[in-house]
Design a protein around this ligand. Structure first.
Ligand code: 0A1
Ligand code: ZN
Length: 883
């Protein structure tokens, strides 16, 4: 179906070309006559014309079969309109005209999962819609752009037996029986909204309900819908939703604004979830949770995504985006809101570590290669390719900097003003900065440069201690490597939160020269120019600086610490994030010691510091588990040129082996036994932390004692009370190639045969098996009866896990991994261009591979690029990657 939009060179849409819409739609009435193979949509658009423009009425509409068209009650002759498959042009429309169209859709044939489609088997599955970003034009003719806000009335009609549940966004406005076993239901949404927030759902679904009263005393029905076998796994999401609603009331003063809030789970979804007004739709993997099938990490993810979608009700829905270039206005802000919520619900430092690790793993490589784009891109060909780590995660970091600059109360004041000024509007990032700054008498426009320029800035720090004058001068300098994107490079405001430590590990009071305020031991300095120095007075000993605490700006810090200084911070920093960060830096240096076969000062310092922490009682189990984990292979690769992923894998393994040896098999075994003694399935922080450390200890032990760890893992697998322990054990068995691995895999397969989400993890564990054997394993798994290219989660769990989470398996020197990916992309693209394009980003970074792999990757990509009839989605990614 996407073939329609596959034209030669995909045209770019540019931010600077933005024009306000010539035609708006005040209200729209949609009547759906639903069927699996064919559905019909009658749309009545009440049109408003911009008197300042005289453009003809042009509506978006893709792949629509037009059945009838009438203007102001009169059917139009064929000469009065033109439809080219992408847009419908209508003659004779005036301000106040009503356009009525009827179209036919083919939901069961819609494998792209955009517009109206079928989830599950045709006999029992249900119908649903996905409209962001431009899916509404697959449902009806409409000005499908986010700055057209309309009031929706939606009526659904369908066979009652086949579609017992009928849902749309908005408040329920009647339902009843029709002749011939059919029924209807109507929903009215009082809040004007853009078309991308429209949604309907129809089919066999069970419901879990809760009554909720908002802080402003509004009774709301919360309804989570899922298929019969899944409804029992919605309790956790329901509780998370209530927590999110309360939190948004308290933290931002935002209340929910409809009588009902629907949430629906589907197994067939291109992304994580979607914030449709009053009718959120979730990928089942981001909603369903039960101890037997869900890991701790996935529980936290469910809580985070439920909150994220709910928070969009204000940041995205009540205040939406003027155009798709402003996407980070809703996404960066909403990710930031979710991060703050999750930090409040769980451990704040652990959440920060998790988020920064994600930024480094997913966003830094994106920002360093040919797919790099600013948080507010200047142009795109296919908007669906811009739901990226840059727009989301880097966007959230920018909001965090703004929030930091204003302080807690100032940020709240600014957000209040933002919501108040822009409620019911389609806003821009300038509106956002103006509201935040305006409410605080501050000019935040220097931060706009962060939104306009791609690349991860480097922050160079150099300290000088003057023992005579007792001053410490910190010189900070910034530069952003260019290469891709031609935007000018201007100095960015970079807030650097810092502290100074004595060699004994105490924090010094910070007297910034010339300032008289009572000195703190932590403060923020803002680097505003290319280079600046900050002089601290009354510094009585040469200090060790702790910089960029809490990761106060999304930059790469370059500071020539000695291994001893990093070890000091690792031992003493009270900022949990920076403590971990010191450990990561030290581990990276230890890795370089191994790689370069140098003296090994960092290697010793890292192992010694961790050995001390391993024995110390005072450290949180989860933080310890993270400290015992060196940076991942992707992050280590980011520090190199001529990347050889297999060599990186082996060196990282060797590094972990050195750590394990330093800790000692006996100590690891003992710690494991102590942790395994209180096995529970509770979700409290301490229980989760205990499982996290237990897994890490077992992984380290497996590097020393394969047989012994194999037995422990087998027992852990067998006795595991929940998925976290079971999957950890299975992963250790598979990765260490233990003789018990095959039996455990068989058992898992049988045990979870009926649970798609659990089965996804079975595929993923095996796809992540490092090294030479991975490719054959992936090919074998592709032939498994449960594998299909039609389900995005399954594709992710096998192909996604292989190409993204298994660098040493994917980047084979013979290029077979690249060819496999290219071949699968062609097949996948014909079914689902969005999923194909996302998977294709795994080719990002091929230019920095060592020559043999680079050549092999290049050949595979070039061959793919020459393939006829690629979707615009995939063509854009491949085209950019080749640049
Ligand atoms: N707005 C959603 C993400 C999303 C984007 C596109 C989709 O379909 C192509 C679906 C969901 C969010 O941020 O959660
Ligand atoms: Zn979002």
């Amino acid at each position: 179906m996407h073939a329609l939009s596959t034209q030669a060179a995909p045209a770019s849409i540019c931010l600077r070309d933005y024009r306000a819409p010539a035609w708006r739609v005040d209200t729209v009435e949609l009547d759906f006559d639903l069927g699996i193979d064919a559905s019909e949509v009658l749309a009545r658009l009440h049109l408003r014309r911009d008197p300042a423009q005289d453009a003809p009425l042009r509506l978006d509409g893709e792949n629509l079969q037009l059945l009838s068209i009438a203007l102001d009650g009169t059917p139009l002759p064929a000469t009065a309109y033109r439809y080219d498959g992408n847009a419908l042009e209508v003659d004779g429309a005036r301000d106040g005209s009503v356009l009525e169209t009827r179209v036919r859709l083919r939901p069961a044939a819609n494998t792209a999962l955009e517009g109206l489609y079928l989830s599950g088997p045709r006999e029992t599955g249900f119908l649903l819609t996905q409209c962001e970003a431009e899916g509404f034009r697959h449902i009806t003719f409409f000005p499908d752009r986010p700055d057209v806000l309309s009031r929706y009335t939606v009526t659904l009609r369908a066979d009652r037996t086949r579609f017992p549940v009928l849902l749309a966004g908005g408040n329920p406005d009647g339902a009843g029986a029709l002749d011939g076993g059919r029924h209807w239901a109507r929903f009215v949404d009082p809040h004007p909204k853009p078309s991308y927030l429209f949604a309907v759902v129809a089919g066999h679904l069970q419901v879990m309900e809760r009554d909720y009263v908002t802080a402003d005393d509004h009774a709301v029905q919360l309804k989570i819908w899922a298929e019969a076998d899944a409804i029992d796994r919605c309790h956790y999401a329901m509780a998370a939703l209530e927590r999110a609603m309360r939190w948004d009331e308290q933290a931002y003063g935002r209340n929910y604004d409809l009588d009902v809030f629907h949430v629906v789970a589907t197994h067939d979804f291109n992304m994580g979830a979607m914030e449709n007004k009053g009718l959120n739709i979730f990928n089942a993997k981001c909603l369903l949770a039960a101890p037997d099938s869900t890991t701790d990490e996935e529980y936290r993810h469910v809580e985070a995504v439920v909150a994220h979608e709910y928070f969009h009700n204000w940041s995205g829905n009540r205040v939406t985006c003027r155009d798709w270039f402003q996407l980070s206005l809703k996404e960066g802000l909403t990710v930031f809101r979710e991060q703050s919520f999750s930090a409040d619900m769980n451990s704040a430092p652990l959440k920060r570590i998790e988020d920064v690790a994600l930024l480094r793993r997913a966003q830094f490589p994106e920002d360093a290669g040919p797919l790099a784009h600013p948080v507010r891109p200047a142009q795109y060909s296919e908007i669906n390719n811009f739901y990226t780590a840059t727009v989301y995660e880097k966007g959230a970091e920018l909001v965090r900097m703004l929030a930091g600059a204003l302080g807690r109360d100032g940020f709240r004041r600014g957000m209040d003003r933002y919501f108040e000024r822009n409620d019911g509007r389609a806003a821009t990032l300038e509106d956002f900065l103006a509201a935040l700054g305006g409410a605080n008498g501050t000019d935040l426009t220097p931060y706009l440069a962060w939104y306009a320029q791609a690349g991860t800035p480097r922050l160079k720090a150099h300290g000088h201690y003057d023992a005579v004058r007792h001053t410490y001068t910190l010189t900070l300098a910034q530069y952003t490597p260019g290469g891709h994107g031609a935007e000018p490079r201007v100095p960015l405001p970079i807030p650097v939160k810092l502290a100074l430590f004595t060699p004994q590990g105490d924090m010094l009071p910070l007297h910034l020269d010339g300032q008289t305020a009572k000195p703190d031991t932590e403060r923020v300095v803002v680097l505003e120019r290319a280079e600046q120095s900050f002089v601290f007075a009354d510094v009585t000993t040469a200090p060790v600086p702790s910089l960029l605490r809490g990761f106060s700006a999304p930059v790469i810090l370059e500071c020539d610490y000695t291994p001893g200084e990093l070890a000091l911070l690792l031992a003493h920093d009270v900022d949990g994030f920076n403590r971990w960060e010191a450990g990561q830096q030290l581990a990276a240096r230890a890795y370089e010691d191994l790689r370069d076969d140098t003296a090994g000062a960092a290697l010793h310092a890292w192992c010694d510091a961790l050995a001390r922490l391993f024995d110390a009682a005072a450290i949180d189990d989860a933080l310890l588990a993270d400290l015992l984990t060196p940076p991942g292979e992707v992050e280590l690769a980011e520090r190199e040129s001529a990347i050889d992923p297999q060599r990186i894998h082996h060196l990282r393994q060797a590094l972990q082996q050195r750590l394990a040896a330093r800790l000692g098999a006996a100590a690891l075994r003992q710690r494991y036994a102590a942790l395994a003694a209180h096995t529970t399935i509770e979700l409290d922080a301490a229980s989760q932390a205990q499982r996290r450390l237990k897994r890490r200890v077992l992984e380290l032990l497996a590097l020393l004692d394969r047989a012994g760890s194999g037995e422990l893992a087998t027992a852990q697998y067998r006795e595991a009370p929940g998925m976290t322990d079971r999957l950890a054990a299975l992963s250790v068995l598979v990765r260490s190639d233990a003789p018990q691995a095959a039996a455990a895999l068989r058992d898992y397969r049988e045990r979870h045969a009926g649970n798609a989400l659990a089965l996804d993890k079975w595929f993923a564990v095996q796809a992540q098996l490092p090294g030479e054997r991975a490719l054959d394993r992936v090919r074998r798994l592709e032939r498994d009866a449960a594998f299909t290219l039609k389900n995005p989660n399954r594709v992710q769990s096998l192909l996604g896990a292989f190409v993204r989470n298994n660098p040493s398996g994917f980047h084979r020197v013979d290029g077979a991994g690249y060819r496999l990916l290219a071949e699968r992309l062609v097949a996948l693209d014909a079914l689902n261009p969005q999923v194909a394009a996302r998977l294709a980003t795994a080719f990002n970074g091929w230019q920095r591979l060592e020559p043999l792999r680079r050549e092999a990757a290049h050949a595979a990509i070039v061959e793919l690029a020459g393939h006829h009839g690629l979707s615009r989605n995939l063509a854009e990614i491949i085209g950019s990657v080749l640049n």
